[in-house]
Design a protein around this ligand. Structure first.
Ligand code: F3S
Length: 395
């Protein structure tokens, strides 16, 4: 074993801290051995994916229940979206059966001490690492955001490895925990106009598709809001598997600028848009909030829907984290959205909720949502700005 363990880590591996901790330490040390890590390092927080009962199924739930017998998390841990809004699921057409099973999953995590807020933007609701901090997150868009926009350090964890880190507080030091693996490899000079979250999603689609897992250094983006960056992260991670990027003047990590340069033009973005716009899509589902909407986005949508009505035959989901929904309730945004006949859905998203067969055409501002709507739910898609999505909803 090339891994050197501390006395406490050895005790965990020997089972002196319980069955679940032993199992978790076995997972962490096995990964460390596979990837040639020399030691384990403590993490400041964990984000676990694989929460929707839709993806987890009974076998996954059984595994979790076994861990929950004596497993308790040692660091701040939150969850990725579940398959439904944990409180208002009924009005979103979720079946009793599914709801009961989803509740069992979330209760199991709760028994372990996980903070059961289910969101892919944990950094917007209190699971926020600082620059240089080691964490273990699983959601690909959040991993990309944490590594790149915040400058925290995380690998793209799987569900079991993230949970194992939560139970031990440790991860093996390899991959993106090491500075030498975070260096930019190809420069992308953006010569395209970027106006909204949908454009940033398309940019992520173009760069992700071209770069694969190669680390991009992006120039030419003069400014980007948190909302635009979260859209870019989701897309570049989905279409390319990118876990870290650098954006000149915007992201904080230091890296040498690569010589090899590629150019991204308006034409590239237009081609990406055409690729996501399915011919003959009959839009009956409009979803904004992939990744989960910020309070700023919700405020904007609430104003647009105030006093309006969602058209017959259309369903609108604005997906967000529960603490953001609570804030939206307090600010009166929830009433404006729901009185218009749209839904402000917490804890879930259009990709992990059981929506297959319920709709045929999705309009969204998210390139990532298009990817999953097509792949998992077989919906046709159209990508538009948030304003255009809301206009479509009420027309
Ligand atoms: Fe989040 Fe679901 Fe999109 S997990 S990034 S809202 S596909």
């Amino acid at each position: 074993m090339s891994l050197i363990l501390t006395p406490e880590e050895k005790e965990m591996l020997e089972g002196k801290h319980g069955k679940a901790t032993r199992k978790a330490m076995e997972i962490i040390t096995t990964l460390g051995e596979i990837y040639g890590a020399k030691r384990l390092i403590p993490v400041a927080s964990v984000q676990i994916a694989g929460v929707s009962y839709h993806n987890l199924g009974e076998a996954g739930l059984e595994y979790l229940s076994e861990i929950a017998e004596d497993g308790r998390v040692r660091v701040l841990t939150t969850l990725n979206p579940a398959g439904m809004d944990m409180l208002e699921w009924k009005k979103h057409g979720i079946s009793e059966d599914f709801a009961m099973n989803q509740e069992r999953v979330v209760e199991t995590f709760e028994r372990m001490g996980v903070i059961t807020t289910c969101t892919c933007t944990p950094y917007l609701i209190g699971n926020l690492p600082h620059y240089g901090e080691h964490i273990a997150w699983a959601e690909s868009s959040a991993v990309c955001f944490a590594n790149s926009v915040i400058g925290a350090l995380t690998n793209r964890e799987g569900g079991p490895s993230a949970l194992a880190t939560a139970l031990t507080g440790k991860t093996a030091e390899y991959g993106f925990h090491l500075e030498e693996n975070r260096v930019a490899q190809v420069k992308y000079d953006v010569q395209a106009e970027l106006k909204d979250t949908d454009d940033f999603g398309l940019l992520g689609q173009v760069i992700g598709t071209r770069t694969g897992k190669t680390i991009p250094y992006i120039t030419g983006v003069e400014k980007a809001s948190i909302e635009e960056l979260k859209s870019f992260c989701a897309s570049v991670a989905t279409y390319g598997g990118v876990a870290i990027f650098h954006m000149g003047g915007i992201t904080p990590n230091k890296t040498p600028i690569p010589d090899k340069t590629e150019v991204v033009t308006d034409d590239d973005l237009r081609a990406a848009r055409v690729e996501l716009d399915d011919e003959g899509a009959k839009i009956d589902f409009i979803s904004v909030g992939c990744p989960h909407a910020s309070i700023k986005e919700i405020a904007k949508i609430a104003e647009m829907l105030d006093g309006k009505k969602v058209a017959k035959g259309k369903t609108v989901w604005i997906t967000t984290a529960k603490p953001t929904k609570d804030l939206a309730i307090k600010m009166g945004y929830y009433d404006k959205i729901e009185n218009a006949g749209a839904f402000l859905v917490a804890d879930a998203c259009c990709a992990v909720a059981p929506l297959k067969g319920k709709f045929t055409g999705l309009m969204t501002d998210s390139a990532k949502a298009c990817f999953y709507a097509r792949g998992k739910n077989k919906f046709k898609t159209e990508i538009r700005t948030i304003e255009q999505c809301i206009k479509e909803a009420i027309s």
